[in-house]
Design a protein around this ligand. Structure first.
Ligand code: BGC
Length: 383
C-alpha cells in the first residue's frame, strides 16, 4: 500500500513537471527552471491520471529507430525509466535503422499483448500494414518524435515543434551574420535530413522561411545553387553522406578561394559530417563557417566548445518522454489525452492530435545552464 502511495505521489510530481516543462505557454527556456518548478509546486490533484491498479500489469511497446545516434539512446532510456516508474512493463526495441526489423519488432509487440505502442519510425511511410494489425486489435499508437504517415492507426503524436526548430536555426544565422544591417553577400550552403522523415520538411521549411528573404535580396548567396529540399536532403541523416556532399561542394565551388561563410544543417549527425569535411579542407578557427545543428549530441557540443559548430537545438528528451507517459496514462485511464496542436500534422489520413514541446537553441554562451546544470550531461562527458 505504502509502495502504491509512493508511486502515485511520484507520478503526481512527474505530471506536474510535465505540465510545467512541456507547455507551449511556458516562458521558461531552461530545463533547470522546469525541474525547479516541478520541485516547488504543491502536489497537484493529478492522481486521477495516475495509473490505475490494473495499469501495473499493462505493457507498453517502445520502438526506436537506431542506437547509432545518441539521441535515440537517450529517448529510449528516458522513456523506459519514466514508464516503469509509472508502473508499466516496457518492451523497448531498437531496429538498427532497418525498416523490416522495425516492422517485425512491432509485430512481436502486438503478439506479446502490448496495450499501447510508442513508435519513432525509421521510414514514416512503411508501417501501414503492421499498424493495421494494431488497429484491428484495438491497440492505440503514439507516434514519437516522427509522424507515421498514411495510416489511420495513429492515435496521437508527441514531438518537439519541428517548424520552430527550423526557424530558430534560421534566426541564429540571421543574428550571427547581422543580416539586418550588413550588406553581405555571405556565401551559404544548405543541408537537411532524410526525405523519408516527415520532420525534415518542417525543419527545412522553418529555416528557409527565415532565410529566403535574404537569399532573394542577395545578402545570402547559395553558391552551389542547391536550394530545393530534394537537392539538400541527406538519406538516413547520415554523417558520411553529409561529409561526402560537403567535400564535393568544397571541391566544386570553394576550391578557388571563395569563402564559405555559413552552412545550414538541420541536425547534429549531418553537422558532424560537414565539420569533418571542413576540417579536412583546412577550415579552422576564424574562418570556420557558422554551422547549425540539432540534438546537442555530445560530439556536437564538443565541436561547439572547440569552435567547429556554432549552435545546436536542445530538445530535452526527458521532457518528451514524460509527456508520452502522461499520454499513455490518459489513454489507459480513459481520461483526456493532453494535446496542444490539432491543425498542423496531417499524416495523409487526417490531422493527428499532437503535443508539441518547445525546442531551444544551445551554444557556447548557454550550454552550461541548459545541459550541465539541468543534469542532462556531466561536465566530464563534454571533455
Ligand atoms: C529528429 C531529430 C534527429 C533526426 C535524426 C529527426 O526525426 O527529430 O532530432 O536529429 O531525426 O535522427
Amino acid at each position: 500500500m505504502k509502495k502504491k502511495l509512493l508511486s502515485v505521489l511520484l507520478c503526481s510530481v512527474m505530471l506536474v513537471s510535465l505540465m510545467t516543462g512541456c507547455s507551449k505557454n511556458t516562458a521558461s527556456t531552461s530545463s533547470t527552471d522546469d525541474s525547479k518548478a516541478a520541485a516547488t509546486q504543491a502536489p497537484a490533484d493529478t492522481s486521477a491520471d495516475a495509473p490505475a491498479d490494473t495499469a501495473e500489469a499493462k505493457k507498453v511497446g517502445v520502438a526506436m529507430p537506431t542506437k547509432d545516434l545518441q539521441r535515440w539512446n537517450q529517448d529510449g532510456a528516458n522513456m523506459k525509466a519514466a514508464l516503469e516508474e509509472a508502473g508499466f512493463e516496457v518492451d523497448l526495441q531498437y531496429a538498427n535503422n532497418d525498416i523490416s526489423t522495425q516492422v517485425s519488432q512491432i509485430e512481436n509487440m502486438i503478439t506479446n499483448g502490448c496495450n499501447v505502442l510508442v513508435i519513432a519510425s525509421i521510414d514514416g511511410g512503411s508501417l501501414g500494414t503492421v499498424l493495421a494489425e494494431a488497429k484491428e486489435k484495438g491497440i492505440p499508437v503514439i507516434a514519437y518524435d516522427r509522424l507515421i504517415m498514411e495510416t489511420d492507426a495513429v492515435s496521437y503524436y508527441a514531438t518537439f515543434d519541428n517548424y520552430m526548430v527550423g526557424t530558430i536555426q534560421g534566426q541564429y544565422i540571421v543574428d550571427a551574420l547581422k543580416l539586418e544591417s550588413e550588406a553581405g553577400p555571405f556565401n551559404i550552403e544548405l543541408f537537411t535530413g532524410s526525405p523519408d522523415d516527415n520532420n525534415a520538411r518542417f525543419f527545412f521549411g522553418g529555416a528557409m522561411d527565415i532565410l529566403n528573404p535574404y537569399i532573394e535580396s542577395g545578402k545570402l548567396n547559395v553558391v552551389s545553387g542547391q536550394k530545393a529540399f530534394e537537392e539538400v536532403a541527406t538519406l538516413n541523416w547520415s554523417t558520411e553522406e553529409a561529409q561526402k556532399r560537403m567535400e564535393n561542394l568544397i571541391t566544386a565551388y570553394y576550391a578557388g578561394g571563395t569563402n564559405l561563410d555559413v552552412v545550414l544543417s538541420s541536425n547534429d549527425s549531418c553537422a558532424i559530417g560537414i565539420t569533418n569535411a571542413l576540417v579536412n579542407a583546412g577550415y579552422t578557427g576564424e574562418n570556420f563557417p557558422i554551422l547549425t545543428g540539432q540534438d546537442c549530441d555530445i560530439t556536437s557540443v564538443k565541436n561547439i566548445l572547440a569552435g567547429k559548430q556554432s549552435m545546436s537545438i536542445f530538445k530535452d528528451t526527458r521532457t518528451l518522454a514524460e509527456k508520452v507517459v502522461e499520454m499513455v496514462n490518459a489513454i489507459l485511464n480513459d481520461s483526456e489525452v493532453p494535446v496542444n496542436d490539432t491543425k498542423t500534422y496531417d499524416n495523409g489520413t487526417g490531422i493527428i492530435p499532437t503535443f508539441l514541446c518547445e525546442p531551444v537553441f544551445a551554444d557556447a554562451s548557454n550550454y552550461k545552464e541548459l545541459l550541465i546544470d539541468s543534469g542532462y550531461y556531466t561536465e566530464d562527458q563534454l571533455k
